[in-house]
Ligand binder design. Structure first.
Ligand code: 8X3
Length: 252
């Protein structure tokens, strides 16, 4: 009997991470949910197990390299790693943005992805058929006013994905970058605007059907279940009402 393939999802406590964990569990993976907020990932793991799936929760801060290395010792073989942990802080112009915000976004989005990817790469390779997913953003591909440190960090993740793909070609590991545009989740914009729900709501105001976390999870599920020799290098997914980072149709 072959063992159930394992998928690790970072930032699995909410939004795209939680939805991806559900999708991959339904696809037959044993999912390992990681995030800093233990209560949320434990509740989701319990829910998935009750539904007949296999899920475990592991509290992890992806910016803590020692903790990430310790976590990685649990895996001799790993099928899928979804690097989803990250996010935006602030929407200030470059002229006035807080360097502390820039630093934190670089830490969580880029160094966090680097930490987990480096630590789990041996297990992904040992599986003989590993998949790394990097959740970047359309902010990884072009700039927008007020994007500032988030755009810079997401460009960093994009470069990490491209460079890694070049470097490990010939090994049995593929690197998939998923770059979503406007996704309405419960936390992304609220975190960006530090709890200001009015400002957060404006991001989506008048937009007919922004993407949902489930829409993005669906694309991730599709990409990781392609045959092993198929590498979806980069998948850009936006709502129909958004034609570019700055061209959004609003009915206001
Ligand atoms: C989220 C998309 O437009 O807020 O990654 O940068 S955007």
């Amino acid at each position: 009997m072959t063992a159930t393939p394992i998928a690790v999802v970072t930032g699995a406590s909410s939004g795209i991470g939680a939805a991806t964990a559900r999708t991959l569990a339904a696809e037959g993976f044993r999912v390992v949910l990681t995030a800093r907020r233990t209560d949320r990932i434990e509740a989701l793991a319990a829910e998935l197990n009750e539904a007949g799936h296999q899920a475990t929760a592991y509290a992890l801060d992806v910016t803590d390299r020692a903790a990430v290395d310790e976590f990685a010792t649990a895996f001799r073989s790993l099928a899928v790693l979804v690097n989803n942990a990250g996010g935006a802080l602030g929407a200030d112009p470059v002229a006035t943005g807080d360097p502390a915000d820039w630093r934190q976004m670089y830490e969580t989005n880029v160094i966090g992805t680097l930490n987990v990817t480096q630590a789990l790469l041996p297990a992904l390779t040992a599986s003989g058929d590993g998949t790394i997913v990097i959740l970047s953003s359309t902010a990884a591909l072009s700039s927008y006013e007020g994007g500032g440190g988030y755009v810079a960090a997401k460009h960093g993740e994009h470069v990490l994905a491209e460079t890694l793909r070049l470097e490990i070609v010939g090994t049995p590991v593929r690197v998939i970058e998923v770059a979503p545009g406007m996704v309405r989740t419960e936390e992304f914009a609220t975190t960006r605007f530090r709890g200001d729900t009015e400002k957060a709501a404006k991001v989506y105001a008048g937009v007919d059907a922004p993407l949902t976390a489930e829409d993005v999870a669906d694309t991730i599920g599709w990409a990781v279940t392609r045959p092993s020799h198929v590498n979806i290098d980069l998948l850009v997914v936006r709502p129909r009402a958004q034609a570019s980072n700055t061209k959004v149709h609003r009915t206001l």
